[in-house]
Design a protein around this ligand. Structure first.
Ligand code: SAH
Length: 268
């Protein structure tokens, strides 16, 4: 692996580790881990095999769990910069993709401010991978030609809800990360702005991880269904007709497929 910047100096590699399964790390990520002196990893990043992938590195859990960070963001950035300025190759291992609701941009800026060379290795984002693990394609010819990824970390304001509902009404798929706690506020808001109560919704917990589970209902029923199932973070919420495609043999999925096939045959 070629070194970046001054080979005698420290550097940072910011890695997107994917949704949690070790074999969804990219080859580039594994190679960077192999030359790491220090690895700072998040709870949602794949870290079970760090002893194998980064055998000579110091492994530091900067563990992000919802509402509890082992280290605050500023502390993570300070530690990363301090270790790299000391001459280490620091790998910052994050879940999903660093640039999708992952504060990767802030960490890159912290490196720039410190004059450190930094490389970003993209990862498989949970926004796409968790639905995929549940068999849900975010786009499907004739059903949905767009998707929007939104953070549900804070309650969504009315303007955002109105625009999202508009995209949903156009057939766009809505993908919500960090949205379990605010699911009631979000679904009520989308319904208030005109999305149909029978629009399918899926909550995919722990995609590509042990205990993966999908709860499927409709916009009007998902809050009760998710509550009954005890759905919890980390989960990706998918709102849109594409959710029907996840049900093998389900009649509504078949109807949707038939309609999509007719529509795409018409414009072929
Ligand atoms: N940068 C990350 C997202 C960080 S925000 C990415 O690209 O995936 C953290 C949120 O991601 C969680 O609250 C959850 O909504 C989602 N998430 C991450 N890993 C997940 C997984 N394996 N299954 C379901 N959701 C996941």
């Amino acid at each position: 692996m070629s070194a970046i910047g001054d080979p005698r100096g420290g550097r940072v590699t910011l890695i997107g580790g994917g949704p949690g399964a070790d074999d969804l790390l990219t080859l580039r990520a594994v190679r960077a881990l192999g030359s790491a002196d220090v690895v700072l990893y998040d709870r949602l990043a794949p870290h079970a095999l760090l002893h194998e992938f980064a055998p000579r590195a110091e492994h530091i859990d900067v563990g992000k769990t919802p509402g509890h960070h082992a280290l605050p963001q500023s502390g993570i950035e300070a530690l990363m910069v301090e270790k790299a300025l000391g001459g280490a190759h620091v790998v910052r291992l994050k879940g999903g993709d660093p640039y999708v609701l992952g504060r990767g941009g802030e960490e890159v800026l912290a490196c720039h401010r410190a004059g450190l060379p930094v490389e970003v290795v993209p990862g498989v984002t949970s926004a796409i991978a968790a639905p995929s693990a549940a068999g849900i394609p975010l786009t499907h010819r004739g059903v949905s030609t767009m998707f929007t990824v939104v953070s549900g970390h804070a309650p969504l304001d009315d303007d955002t809800l109105r625009h999202l509902a508009g995209l949903g009404a156009l057939g766009g798929t809505i993908v919500i990360l960090m949205g379990v706690a605010n699911l009631p506020q979000i679904t009520a808001g989308l319904a208030r702005h005109g999305l149909a109560a029978d629009l399918p919704v899926a909550v995919v917990e722990r995609g590509f991880q042990p205990g993966q589970r999908t709860t499927v209902s409709q916009l009007g029923g998902i809050v009760v269904a998710a509550h009954r199932a005890g759905a919890e973070s980390p989960a990706v919420i998918v709102v849109g007709e594409v959710v029907r495609l996840a049900h093998d043999g389900d009649l509504s999925a078949q109807g949707l497929m038939d309609r999509a096939a007719r529509l795409t045959a018409m414009d072929a």
